[in-house]
Design a protein around this ligand. Structure first.
Ligand SMILES: NC(=O)C1=CN([C@@H]2O[C@H](COP(=O)(O)OP(=O)(O)OC[C@H]3O[C@@H](n4cnc5c(N)ncnc54)[C@H](OP(=O)(O)O)[C@@H]3O)[C@@H](O)[C@H]2O)C=CC1
Ligand SMILES: O=C(O)[C@@H]1CCC=N1
Length: 270
């Protein structure tokens, strides 16, 4: 039988909501989803919304759960969720930093425990989706992959120790790109451009450049050199970013601080 026929999303905020929107946009039947979230105003049309655990337990319709609340809530919420996470249920977790071992301790009776790391572009079906699992059989693994692939480009990670780092890169990454776009616009404003025009140009430039790179036959490094006409303007700017590896060093510190917080969230959950 195919897996994830009925997904119960527990905590449907920014990330859970983006994923649900992506699945619905991909044409998946809304009747395959339910939400448990006490504070959510409304669910998308055709998706059932439970306000409390008892309602979701009474329905008892799901075969998979997606944990979409905050990592700091796991210890407090898990005991009350045991009735929704028992035999026959697969647990998919968005909780940044929290390990498979911690999920197994929190939900010991579930059939399988899977870490999932998307980003907000799941809403437009363009998110990387990193997966790491324990307990899925071969067939369930391939149907889980197909289900998450609707949201973008899925991959199985072979080493959980790298999960915080891929979270920093692919999950948190949009935050860094948005900051870069803002900084680019602010720099142009500092040098004399008008704010609205600077923001609009920075945004459309990044959109075009990233689509071009995603579909190109050459690496971003080679594409950067193609932009820099010999003896031209761009090389002068690249020289600023490249001097003493300034940009690489800044981003290494950025990813390290982000990944280290994952380890801290995990330690605090014990
Ligand atoms: N934001 C992102 O880009 C990404 C987030 N993640 C992960 O996704 C998870 C959610 O993050 P994010 O969406 O940003 O946070 P949000 O605060 O937007 O979403 C969390 C949701 O859980 C709800 N909630 C709170 N308490 C309960 C409860 N007892 N039962 C059910 N639902 C509850 C919240 O409701 P209320 O607001 O009323 O408290 C909210 O709707 C985190 O674990 C995070 O690590 C992973 C990848 C990317
Ligand atoms: O900031 C966070 O913790 C989550 C995980 C990745 C993106 N947002």
């Amino acid at each position: 039988m195919a897996h994830i026929q009925q997904l119960l999303i527990i905590g449907c905020g920014n990330m859970g909501g983006a994923m649900l929107a992506g699945w619905l946009a991909a044409g998946i039947d809304p009747a395959r989803f339910a939400i448990l979230d006490p504070g959510l105003e409304r669910a998308p049309q055709g998706v059932v919304l439970y306000r409390d655990v008892a309602e979701a337990e009474a329905a008892g319709a799901h075969d998979a759960v997606l944990l979409g609340f905050k990592p700091q809530q796991l210890g407090k919420l898990a005991p009350g969720l045991r009735g929704l996470t028992g035999n026959g249920i697969e647990i998919y977790s968005l909780l940044a930093g929290l390990t498979i071992a911690q999920l197994k301790t929190a939900f010991p009776s579930a059939d399988a425990h899977i870490r999932v790391m998307p980003n907000l572009a799941a809403r437009i079906n363009k998110s990387p989706i990193i997966l790491f699992e324990d307990g899925l059989g071969t067939q369930a693994k391939s149907s889980a992959f197909a289900f998450f692939e609707h949201l973008g480009t899925a991959l199985w990670l072979d080493n959980e120790a790298k999960f915080d780092l891929v979270t920093a890169l692919a999950g948190s990454g949009p935050g860094f790109v948005y900051r870069f776009i803002d900084a680019l616009a602010e720099a142009a404003v500092n040098l004399g451009l008008e704010q609205v025009q600077a923001t609009s140009l920075a945004l459309s430039m990044v959109e075009g450049a990233s689509s071009l790179a995603a579909n190109a036959d050459a690496s971003p490094g080679i594409l950067a050199d193609r932009v820099a006409s010999p003896g031209g303007m761009t090389r002068e700017g690249l020289n600023v970013l490249d001097a003493d590896k300034a940009l690489v060093k800044l981003l290494t510190r950025t990813l390290k601080a982000t990944a280290d917080k994952g380890a801290q969230l995990s330690a605090e959950a014990d």
